[in-house]
Write a protein that binds this ligand. Structure first.
Ligand SMILES: [Fe+2]
Length: 130
């Protein structure tokens, strides 16, 4: 897989890098892989807002940066998983305000981040494998 991102998204990746580094081990690579996967998905789902989806992919797990070393060791625990979505949305809002994103896009991106690991939002209709 080619891990190069468009300049616009590479810039956001670079801005988010300090959060990745403070997050879980290999969060820098995780976000890069998810962003690349999103780029491929967006070729199929061209009706989606490419910028919203790419930025959400690049920032979705930055909330882990706010946890202690001990908490990060149990990042899979439900409590931590739940809070990382909320922290991530709060941090993403700050980052996106600095980057002058519109209020509307910030709202949508933060909403995605605030629920991205919540299985309640995956329905049978959306995922026939369930
Ligand atoms: Fe997550």
């Amino acid at each position: 897989m080619n891990y190069n991102l468009n300049k616009k998204y590479q810039d956001i990746y670079n801005i988010a890098l300090p959060y990745y580094k403070k997050g879980r081990e290999a969060d820098d690579l995780h976000h890069l892989v998810v962003a690349k996967m999103m780029q491929y998905l967006l070729k199929e789902y061209s009706d989606l807002d490419q910028e919203v989806m790419m930025v959400a992919a690049l920032l979705h797990d930055i909330g882990y940066s706010k946890f202690s070393k001990q908490e990060k060791k149990i990042h899979w625990a439900n409590k931590i998983k739940k809070i990382h979505m909320q922290y991530g949305a709060e941090l993403a809002k700050k980052v996106l305000l600095k980057l002058n994103f519109s209020e509307e896009k910030i709202k949508i991106i933060c909403e995605i981040i605030s629920v991205h690991d919540n299985p309640e939002f995956i329905t049978i209709a959306e995922n026939p494998a369930l």
